[in-house]
Design a protein around this ligand. Sequence first.
Ligand SMILES: [Cu+2]
Length: 465
Amino acid sequence: ALVAACPEIEKATFNGQWGDGSKNFPLPVLEVTKGECYRLRFLGLMSAAKPYFNVSIEGHSVQVLGQSSATTTAASEFSVRAGEGVDVILCANQSQNALQHDYSMTMKYVGQTGAKSFSGIVRYPQNVAVVAAAEQIGSPVLGKDKFDMSTCEVEYVFDMRDSIVDYKRPTIDLGGKASRQSADNIPLSNRKAALLVNDSYPGPLVEAIEGQLICVTVNNNFVSDPVSLHWHGQHMKGFPAFDGIYGVTQGAINPGESMVYRWRANAGTAWWHGHMQALQADKGLKGPIVIHAKNDPHKHLYSEERIVTLSDEWVDPGMCLRAEGAQPGNPVCAEIEKATWNGQWGDGSDEYPWPKVTVEQGKCYRLRFIGMMGQAQNFQIQIAGHNMTLIAVDGADVVPVQVSSFNLHAGERADIVVCADQEPGNYLMSSIYDLATFLETAPAPKLPRVDSSKFWAFLNYAGHT
Ligand SMILES: [Cu+2]
């Protein structure tokens, strides 16, 4: 099945670098000095056993060294096979005039199902000024130094780090058999390469009062992911440069760099997520935002609040959620695998207990539902035995209306008042991915079966187990 989903080869690197000649991905360069001869030790570090590369260098022929190094063969092209070393002698005897310093190096991949060509450059670096200018290209990131942090009214620091987690319950530690495991103790089939903020999933809550100046210092300590963060539902009035849309409002915050996002908060339930590419949110880069209204018209309806985030979960979003991902024709990925409530999936087992939203009998709660899904279009939400009153949608107050169920689409927020006015107990909270339900029992042509489209939690009365 993997073969059908993955191309035989995506990219090839030359000394760890792939390039297409663009600004962000320059061609890999092999520098030579005119008049010198070089022994080039090519090593085929490819993981697939059969294929190989045919290498040629424009305007140059090489001497391929035999096994004993005593014999050489002149060649304009030579092969590098997986796991093998090939030594060739290249004499830098070209670059006759000032006009040509670069000679293209072609690495032709010869695979089992097709061929693909990758490029590099053999360079005679005479033009020092041009090289120096190319090295000065940086990325436009707004730093701490240009901004007076003392004006911030609410401050957060986001420490971004790579992590290995169990995709069914990434960071929550419930103790006993449901403890958070170290990477090597997580079952292989659950192991997920995650991108986390402050070692937490969902990421940290950003909470403020309407009108306050929020400052979020993002320290990108990822190994290799450049990032930008979008504050979904925050209007950024007067602060458009901090909307976090890579390529539109800002350049990337590269690993090792920082940026201070800042804006005046507008009331409502919102959320933040990575906006460099969608997959970063699916790897864990997302969290809730709660901005309390100065004058909440619905304040008399509740005394307490709870956040309820819902998200679909993937062990390898990179495999399943790309353009060719979980959709007809892809035999690898189902329409949905798992979904979490506040970062927790459960089936009632000792290892994966049910997620709970705990309340106290007699109190009324504002439940701030946030649909943080990346692939699932919609969850239908119901709570057994309790009335639900919808008071806000996508951060905007609405005339309160009683509902027996509601839809939460990807990115949407719904604020629901629920009163714990029943006998103490555990009451089912169900979220159903309605569009995938038929796939549980009746796989359609080219749509893989799903294990489940229903993901459960319980409204738990405190003290009742
Ligand atoms: Cu968004």
